[in-house]
Structure formats: C-alpha cells, structure tokens
Design a protein around this ligand. Structure first.
Ligand code: FES
Ligand code: FES
Length: 197
C-alpha cells in the first residue's frame, strides 16, 4: 500500500470516528448546548443593603447576586477578608456575622440585611491589637499572611465557641481554614495562648 493511501485511510478512520462520537451524544445533551446559545442575560437587580460593618453603618446598593466578600472588597474597599478559592474551600474569606463565623464568599449580601458584620479591620481596639492578633505575632502564626485574616477570625470564633480542649479539637474546628505556608503549629499555639490567658 502506498504512503499516500495509508494517510488517506487514517484520515478516513479519524473522520468517521469523530462522526460516530458525535452521533452517540444523547439528544438531551445536544439540546442543552443549543439552549446555552439561546440564554438571555438576566438584568442586574439592585438591592439596597443596610448593614453595620465594624460598628459603622452602611447603606449600599448591590446586585442581588453579590456575595458578602465582593461587597466588602469591591464596593466598600475592605480588603482584609481574602478571596482564596471563592468556593467555600479555604476559609480565607472568614468574617463574623452577628458574632458567628461565616464564609463571606458563600454568603449573599442580601442575607446580611440589618446584621452586624465584623471583619479583620474591625477586630483591634483602635491601636491596641486583639489578643488573637497579638498571639499570632508572638507564636509565628503566619508566614506570607494571605490566609491570616481568615485564620484569625476563625480562631477568635473557635475560642468563643469553646473548642479549645485539646490540640486535636482545635485542629478539627480550624480545619476549614487552609494555610499554604503550613503555619499550623503557630496557629494552634496562638489559639491555646488566648484560650488559656
Ligand atoms: S474564598 Fe471563601 S472559602 Fe475560600
Ligand atoms: S501564612 Fe501563607 S497561606 Fe497561611
């Protein structure tokens, strides 16, 4: 068989294989792709959010789909809470709502209407650091610092919740906060220091 005919045979087999694959896609799936083309863009719906953040009142218009994290960072320029994964996996965006820790990337701003939000910016008492912030410094609870605002907000909640009975318990209740630098020992020590003060 000539080289040329081998190529054309291969090309034919490839083309027919692709055709068989296309033909085997279920109709419902094909319909889904067609529907994507016909999707209309839903117009923005603004909502007026009234909320207290770090003891300061705000009334801010926000798209109903805006997360609390985006409201804080993009609208109010409170960039302490970090966007790590934006999917509830890393804890970098942790803030307090009415004293409870929440992942702000999974919280719609519409849900915080009339509530009290505390971010890392509101934790210190003026120039005086919160005991947990001080402990993170003294115990080397951070390296690059990217996860640190979320770690500290979770750590404060962890102590308040009373989950500091053992290293294992602290690790369990801090397990939603990841640290790529691996500063976990210092973080646990910081929490122990504040819990035992
Ligand atoms: S950014 Fe919210 S959990 Fe990662
Ligand atoms: S200190 Fe770098 S990610 Fe935690």
């Amino acid at each position: 068989m000539s080289k040329e005919s081998t190529y054309s045979r291969r090309a034919f087999l490839k083309a027919s294989g692709a055709f068989v694959m296309l033909a085997s896609i279920p109709y419902s799936l094909k319909a889904m792709y067609v529907d994507v083309d016909k999707l209309t863009v839903v117009p923005k719906q603004a909502l007026s959010i009234t909320v207290s953040i770090n003891k300061k009142s705000y009334s801010v218009p926000a798209d109903t789909r805006t997360t609390l994290l985006d409201l804080l960072r993009e609208e109010l320029h409170l960039t302490g809470a970090k966007k790590g994964c934006d999917h509830g996996q890393c804890g970098a965006c942790t803030v307090h709502v009415d004293g409870e820790r929440v992942l702000s990337c999974l919280t719609l701003s519409a849900m915080i209407q009339g509530k009290e939000v505390t971010t890392i910016e509101g934790l210190a008492d003026g120039e005086k650091l919160h005991p947990m912030q001080q402990a993170f410094i003294e115990c080397d609870g951070f390296q690059c610092g990217y996860c640190t605002p979320g770690q500290i907000m979770s750590a404060v909640a962890c102590v308040k919740e009373g989950h500091t009975g053992s290293v294992a318990e602290i690790k369990e209740f801090m397990s939603g906060n990841l640290c790529r630098c691996g500063a976990y020992n210092g973080i646990v020590q910081s929490i122990q220091k504040v819990a035992n003060a």
